[in-house]
Design a protein around this ligand. Structure first.
Ligand SMILES: Cc1cc2nc3c(=O)[nH]c(=O)nc-3n(C[C@H](O)[C@H](O)[C@H](O)COP(=O)(O)OP(=O)(O)OC[C@H]3O[C@@H](n4cnc5c(N)ncnc54)[C@H](O)[C@@H]3O)c2cc1C
Ligand code: SF4
Length: 324
């Protein structure tokens, strides 16, 4: 690892000032479960001059409920989400997703903000510098994407153009289905943005002097069933091949509301609006659910080695809608 300066931040204001001063040459360290690996393997073209430890801002480790919903501080570790009675009672899908993330050791350290901002897991992007040199693809300012003609079995099947890496965050999938927003603090003040709009094809909307401070989750309908399903190759410690989250409301046998999100299929969690629209107003028979799942994947454009993800995604949508 290259040498860097290190500061324990005391407040959000101090972080913003430091980020502004270092102009993209400082990095935030929350739980460090992603950042330290990225630095050790030297996968980035630029190395930070300063690491700002934000775990020391203890006010951002919080879970509170008010009349509108849940407010989770960005530095809340996943283990606290799993242990929270507030989450369990009304927002159980957050726990369902959090327990599937990595291992107990990582969940003890990994924070909600860090989970949303973690870097891509594309294996070309993550290729360690010490083994044959860094691969400078589109995402690192290069001119190609080796995944297009190479090993693309875990890559995107939807909405990709130059970069085919998928968003690796499980929490992003369930926060999207819940309609959550993020409070972002920066040099220009504070702004709120939906999780749905947070991701971009090459990362996220944060500019160098910004950080996430809070995650705001509206109260879901008490009668909506919440489901999160994740398909992995290994059971413990594995990223999703595909995941699906749903919020389904049934009134007198008819689906009155449906929200369905697919994870690990694109650079952001994908809301399958056409399928949602089709399901609303119908009795969810096996045939209706199967047609909803077909519609959810109509826009899929798999690469040479990942068409299998389309079938897995359809199955997960069916199961998430049926609630099994
Ligand atoms: C073996 C392994 C298995 C994993 N499996 C899964 C999995 O199944 N599902 C899954 O979702 N994830 C998985 N992960 C990823 C893991 O969830 C992330 O590493 C973790 O959530 C990152 O949180 P952190 O607090 O440690 O972030 P850090 O490593 O501290 O930071 C990650 C990035 O986010 C930035 N950042 C952190 N907090 C903020 C903030 N508040 N505002 C702005 N930027 C911020 C940092 O600057 C850094 O760039 C796995 C990781 C490992 C190592
Ligand atoms: S998918 Fe994206 S991150 Fe991976 S090699 Fe291609 S451009 Fe780079």
């Amino acid at each position: 690892m290259k040498a860097f300066a290190h500061i324990n931040a005391c407040s959000v204001g101090e972080v913003i000032q430091l980020l502004a001063k270092y102009q993209g040459k400082a990095k935030l360290n929350a739980g460090g479960t992603d950042l330290l690996g990225v630095l050790k393997d030297r996968i980035l073209p630029d190395y930070p001059e300063l690491i700002i430890n934000i775990k020391t801002i203890t006010q951002l480790n919080s879970i509170e409920e008010n009349d509108e919903g849940l407010r989770i501080g960005a530095l809340t570790p996943l283990i606290n989400i799993i242990a929270s009675p507030l989450v369990e009672k009304t927002y159980s899908i957050l726990k369902e997703a959090a327990v599937t993330v990595a291992s107990p050791q990582i969940r003890n350290m990994a924070t909600m903000g860090g989970n949303l901002c973690q870097d891509t897991r594309c294996w070309y992007y993550r290729y360690p510098d010490e083994i044959g040199g860094m691969i400078k693809c589109f995402r690192k300012g290069g001119k190609t994407c080796p995944a297009v003609t190479g090993e693309n079995r875990y890559h995107a099947i939807m909405e990709a153009r130059k970069c085919f890496a998928v968003c690796p965050s499980d929490m992003a999938v369930v926060l999207t289905v819940l309609g959550a927003t993020l409070t972002i603090a920066g040099g220009g003040g504070t702004r709120d943005i939906s999780v749905e709009e947070f991701f971009t094809p090459m990362g996220n909307v944060l500019v160098p002097d910004e950080m996430i401070t809070m995650i705001n989750i509206p109260k879901p309908s008490p009668v909506a069933s919440q489901n999160f399903l994740k398909f992995t190759l290994r059971k413990p410690i594995d990223f999703a091949i595909v995941s699906a989250a749903s919020l389904i409301t049934i009134d007198r046998g008819i689906c009155t509301d449906a929200r369905v999100i697919l994870g690990a299929v694109a650079w952001k969690p994908i809301r399958v609006s056409e399928a949602e629209g089709f399901l609303r107003g119908k009795e969810l028979t096996e045939e209706v659910i199967a047609e909803g799942a077909r519609l959810a994947l109509v826009g899929a454009k798999p690469l040479s080695k990942n068409a299998y993800k389309v079938d897995i995604a359809k199955t997960l949508v069916k199961r998430a809608v049926a609630g099994c």
